[in-house]
Design a protein around this ligand. Structure first.
Ligand code: UTP
Length: 301
């Protein structure tokens, strides 16, 4: 099957981050730091690793710092240079995307994730595109990010492909949940999507397979988002429009390989910091993981 390659990713970052107040009063949630990098940088690196060429931020008021993070910081760079801090300088420069690889559009009011994605329609045009929610962080072996796993699956099956994981039944009311047809339940396997429901009560959930913040979607979705009514939480939901595509073209959930941390919640964010420090350490501190592990072991738990 020949499918059009995924070249663009939408990163909706206009949410209010109310679960993280007061930290997110003046600072975007996506600037929260896991070890030594803001969430937004993990997402952008994961997109480029997947072969994506253009990243589009859907921003709101108070989010300009997210764009600044991917620009030169002249005074800082000049100072690092004059002090001979070449490693630090090299790391900053290596993280800079190429000219024109990052752009942004505004969502003037936080009307929901579906509305945020719709705001990027003119920059996407008529081609398949990725959606990545930076507060979902997925720890994978290097070079095997979830976005790459999704883009590879999309190249095989086309249509819409979303990253999914099993959640406890008691938690289905926090996620978009799939009704599944043919299902390969192995890690890396695909589940055919027969239905999709946003935040169902545990007793109503058709399965426990939930969508996390990584998607490859078809451009036809924009027409549906345009007329999408408000849904759960009185917001324009992405899943409601996605559900209207079922049966029109292939639609799969990918049981991605990796461990997901919900960095929009305090517990998930703290877990991510520990897990990333233990698994990856830090570029400029190779002993970080071992030192943290030793400290954790002697905590009076
Ligand atoms: P969340 O449900 O995590 O909402 O949004 P939030 O506002 O960021 O955080 P809380 O729940 O108030 O703590 C999921 C994703 O959708 C984006 C958010 O930025 C996040 O990446 N989003 C949500 C928008 O861009 N616009 C919206 O209107 C709503």
């Amino acid at each position: 099957m020949t499918t059009q390659r995924v070249r663009k990713a939408v990163l909706p970052v206009a949410g209010l981050g109310t679960r993280f107040l007061p930290a997110t009063k003046t600072m975007p949630k996506e600037m929260l730091t896991v070890v030594d990098k803001p969430l937004i940088q993990y997402a952008v690196e994961e997109a480029f690793e997947a072969g994506i060429e253009e990243v589009i931020f859907v921003t709101g008021r108070g989010k300009v710092v997210l764009e600044d993070h991917f620009d030169h910081a002249f005074e800082l760079e000049a100072t690092l240079e004059s002090r001979g801090k070449t490693d630090e300088l090299a790391r900053l420069r290596a993280a800079m995307p190429g000219a024109g690889q990052i752009s942004s559009v505004r969502q003037q009011a936080p009307l929901g994730l579906g509305h945020a994605v719709w705001c990027a329609r003119e920059l996407i045009g008529n081609e398949p595109f990725a959606v990545m929610l930076p507060d979902d962080l997925v720890l994978t072996p290097p070079g095997q990010g979830v976005m790459k796993q999704l883009v590879d699956a999309h190249a095989d099956v086309g249509g819409n492909v979303v990253a999914v994981m099993d959640v406890p039944r008691a938690d289905t009311n926090k996620y978009g949940i799939l009704d599944v047809g043919a299902d390969d339940a192995r890690p890396g396997g695909l589940a055919e999507v027969k239905g999709l429901v946003e935040k169902p009560a545990p007793e109503d959930a058709p399965s426990t397979l939930s969508i996390i913040g990584r998607y490859v979607l078809e451009p036809e979705l924009f027409e549906l988002l345009e007329t999408q009514q408000k849904g759960a939480g009185n917001e324009i939901q992405l899943t409601d429009s996605m559900a209207r595509r079922i049966g029109q073209s292939p639609f799969h959930g990918l049981r991605y390989e990796g461990t997901r941390y919900d960095c929009g919640s305090k517990l998930g964010f703290l877990q991510a910091n520990v897990a990333y420090a233990l698994a990856r350490g830090a570029d400029n501190d190779p002993d970080l993981g071992a030192n943290l592990a030793a400290w954790l072991k002697q905590l009076p738990l």
